[in-house]
Design a binder for this molecule. Sequence first.
Ligand SMILES: [Zn+2]
Ligand SMILES: [Zn+2]
Length: 160
Amino acid sequence: MHEAIQHDPNASGPVCQHCGYLLRGVRSAVCVECGRERVRRLTFLDRIEFDAFRAAFDLASVPHEYSDPGKGMLGMATVAYGLSISPMILLTWRHIEAAEAALEDVGLALPVALVDEEEPYCPCCGFALDRALDEVRCGVCGTRCAWYDEHGPPEGAEER
Ligand SMILES: [Zn+2]
Ligand SMILES: [Zn+2]
């Protein structure tokens, strides 16, 4: 595993969030093991933010699944892997851009995934990122990524 992947709580590495199958090197937006759509996991430490994200997605009809440990499992199918004690939202890759637009409408934004330049791989899907750019959108899954280094996270990026 790459350190950057393990240390980014917004992502869990290129594993299927449904069945846990390791999908490193797999470009498909559908898990080759269980056949479900691959998702980006957003984990929230702040319940108000969690509620705001869900409200924005509902308002714009962006399909998403979520888990609210405080209220039990609601609104989502079985997620066998990667259960979190924090509230989380799962977004399928093809809805990431719609989710960004929905959040922008209400003054929010998807967290930028911070990636170690020494290990330039997208934390969501595991594909290599272009180190020549300051901020990159992963060409495979659509996650926006930025580099961090010993100087700390770049301006505007969130580290949770
Ligand atoms: Zn799977
Ligand atoms: Zn990616």
